[in-house]
Design a protein around this ligand. Structure first.
Ligand code: TYD
Length: 195
């Protein structure tokens, strides 16, 4: 199984990914928990760069894909080949939303580069955690994170929010999950889909 968590910042993706990982550990199911951008040393180096500095949108796109290329070949593909589950905090849909919907890079450009690098792998399940924009912004401000993606206005979050919600129409592998509920309820919902 290749499982991806997606969503606007502040929805609790990382918490849910960790809860699922703990559940799999309890069940004795071998898996890795990983994230993007990052997930292997070379991609984590790119992560630092891309979250600290400001680049042109196309440069950002290429750096995100460069990180994904490293991550896929060094971490995800080997784990899947070992028959382990992969739980990944963000994958290609984040690029479609952040670099595509937000930065106005056409989707076909994003898809073509991924296709050329054989990175257009379809996860078995994509859980999109959705949250009312006000709540998401509140959570982000509480966290006071310093990376540059967390300092934008309401219009920015609206675009992101709508982009992620639109993923719900992409087919049976995509699940919209209401992340405003208690952490345990959200977790149970995710387990129900996997069951
Ligand atoms: P991170 O701290 O991992 O996310 P979160 O804020 O959800 O905890 O930050 C990663 C940031 O990188 C996030 O704001 C989204 C952005 N990003 C892209 O712009 N494009 C991508 O392809 C990916 C994977 C992430």
């Amino acid at each position: 199984m290749f499982i991806v968590f997606e969503g606007i910042d502040g929805t609790g993706k990382s918490t849910q990914a960790k809860l699922l990982s703990d559940w799999l550990t309890q069940k004795g199911i071998k898996h890795i928990l990983t994230r993007e951008p990052g997930g292997c040393p070379s991609a984590e180096d790119i992560r630092k760069l891309v979250l600290e500095k400001c680049f042109l949108p196309a440069t950002d796109l290429l750096l995100m894909i460069a990180a994904r290329n490293e991550h896929w070949h060094n971490t995800i593909k080997p784990a899947l080949e070992r028959q382990e589950w992969v739980i990944c905090d963000r994958y290609i849909d984040s690029t479609r939303i952040y670099q595509g919907c937000l930065a106005d890079i056409p989707q076909h450009v994003i898809d073509t580069i991924h296709d050329l690098l054989s990175l257009s792998v379809k996860p078995d399940h994509v859980f999109i955690l959705t949250l009312d924009i006000n709540k998401a912004m509140e959570r982000i401000h509480v966290r006071l994170k310093k990376d540059r993606y967390d300092h934008f206005d309401r219009a920015y979050y609206k675009k992101l929010h709508d982009g992620f919600e639109s993923l719900g129409n992409k087919g049976a592998r995509y699940h919209l999950i209401d992340a405003s509920r208690h952490i345990d309820e959200v977790h149970d919902d995710i387990l129900r889909y996997l069951a």
